[in-house]
Design a protein around this ligand. Structure first.
Ligand code: DP6
Length: 384
């Protein structure tokens, strides 16, 4: 019997991946770039156990047993086994029990599949002692998962080979490079999204002409500019590129036929607030980015956290009085603000935001070696 437990981070793209050139191998039509978020407050955790006594492969996801027949799951498993160390021997024949959970909303546009597949592949690779890059294996689970294999600022190189061998992630800069960077996640809704990223981007590839232009012309230039902004810690340029890329991604969604709507009125009010604040400050102090859902991720430097949170609190007052439930992640000190009046922004009805998470850029996946961390009992059944 052998057991491995891992945690893996979420990543938030500042240059978005949207569109595949190969659906089965999950090969993208453009490069993308993200930061990996600290696992302190948002992460996936996975325990994998192999034993000669297990009769069949079993999988528990977020406290529910699910079938083991997902093609993506099996693609990852087969690929890890193909690259397994020759010393694994009969371990490769034993059946697996896998238990995985996220400590944040699944499928609400918060990159849960990225953290989940990165965690699964990292744990499998540790179990079967795979050497070398494993981001290309995580990619087979979910494209964006390949970026969660590394910490800091990560680029997913689209690659050119039909085999996909060169479609892997590489680190652009470690988390320690820009320690003042903060990410504030504004959870507008934790419901499951209507159109998944997978089907949304497929439809965009089939119907949006604008997407071709984006992939061929805009993203290559923007990726270079983004790397330069990150390397030189130029927040002004970083923020502009981040916001423009998010907006372009959502315009591709609108150009898709029938269109995909991921943002809602609250998302748009957040965009308005950020631009009003930046204009008031005379330069970009905050950047927003939205994935395939209404939740906003704000990138900002630590000096501006208090002021922007005070403003958010004025414009989007919380429903709950329990601040520990509402403000999550790294502690946030909430002041009162007069900015809302100065900026002439509309106050929304309480409860538009479900909660707020403050986090940082962090490291890649890691193994938890203490057995108290395992999600499975010694018999291979979920502890919960
Ligand atoms: C909008 O990686 O979830 O978050 O490869 O089909 O699993 P599949 O899609 P997925 O798409 C993520 C899209 C995005 C942008 C990004 O993270 O780059």
């Amino acid at each position: 019997m052998k057991t491995v437990t891992c945690i893996a981070p979420v990543n938030i793209a500042v240059i978005k991946y949207w569109g595949k050139r190969d659906e089965d191998l999950i090969l993208p039509i453009n490069d993308s770039l993200s930061s990996t978020l600290s696992t302190d407050y948002m992460c996936s955790k996975t325990t994998i156990m192999v034993s000669p006594t297990f009769k069949e492969n079993r999988f528990w996801l977020n406290n529910k047993e699910v079938t083991f027949d997902s093609e993506r799951l099996n693609n990852c498993l087969n690929e890890v086994k193909r690259r397994a160390s020759p010393t694994c021997g009969e371990l490769l024949q034993w059946k697996l029990h896998i238990c995985s959970e996220n400590n944040f909303p699944t499928a609400a546009g918060l990159a849960s599949s990225a953290a989940g597949y990165a965690c699964l592949v990292y744990a499998l690779a540790a179990l079967y002692r795979v050497e070398g890059d494993i981001s290309g294996i995580a990619r087979r689970g979910s494209g964006s998962a390949c970026r969660s294999i590394y910490g800091g600022w990560v680029r997913w190189n689209k690659g050119t080979l039909p085999s996909g061998e060169d479609s892997i992630a590489t680190q652009v800069a470690p988390a320690s490079h820009w320690p003042e960077m903060r990410i504030i996640v504004l959870v507008v809704s934790d419901d499951k999204k209507k159109t998944s990223s997978t089907s949304g981007m497929k439809r965009s590839v089939e119907t949006s002409e604008f997407l071709k232009d984006r992939a061929e012309k805009v993203v290559p230039r923007r990726t270079d500019e983004m790397i330069e902004a990150i390397k030189s810690k130029n927040f002004e340029a970083f923020a502009q590129l981040t916001m423009q890329d998010s907006n372009q991604f959502h315009s591709v969604c609108l150009d898709t036929y029938p269109p995909c709507f991921y943002m809602n009125d609250v998302s748009r009010a957040i965009i308005e607030m950020v631009h009003a604040y930046n204009e008031y400050k005379g330069s970009n102090k905050v950047a927003y980015t939205f994935d395939a859902g209404p939740n906003a991720c704000l990138y900002l430097l630590e000096d501006h956290v208090e002021e922007i949170v005070a403003l958010i609190n004025e414009i989007f007052p919380p429903l709950a009085v329990d601040a520990t439930e509402y403000f999550r992640g790294y502690p946030i000190h909430v002041n009162s603000s007069k900015l809302q009046e100065v900026l002439q922004l509309k106050k929304h009805t309480p409860g538009c935001l479900k909660y707020i998470i403050q986090t940082k850029v962090g490291d890649g996946p890691s193994i938890l070696s203490n057995s108290s961390e395992h999600l499975l009992t010694e018999n291979g059944l979920p502890k919960k």
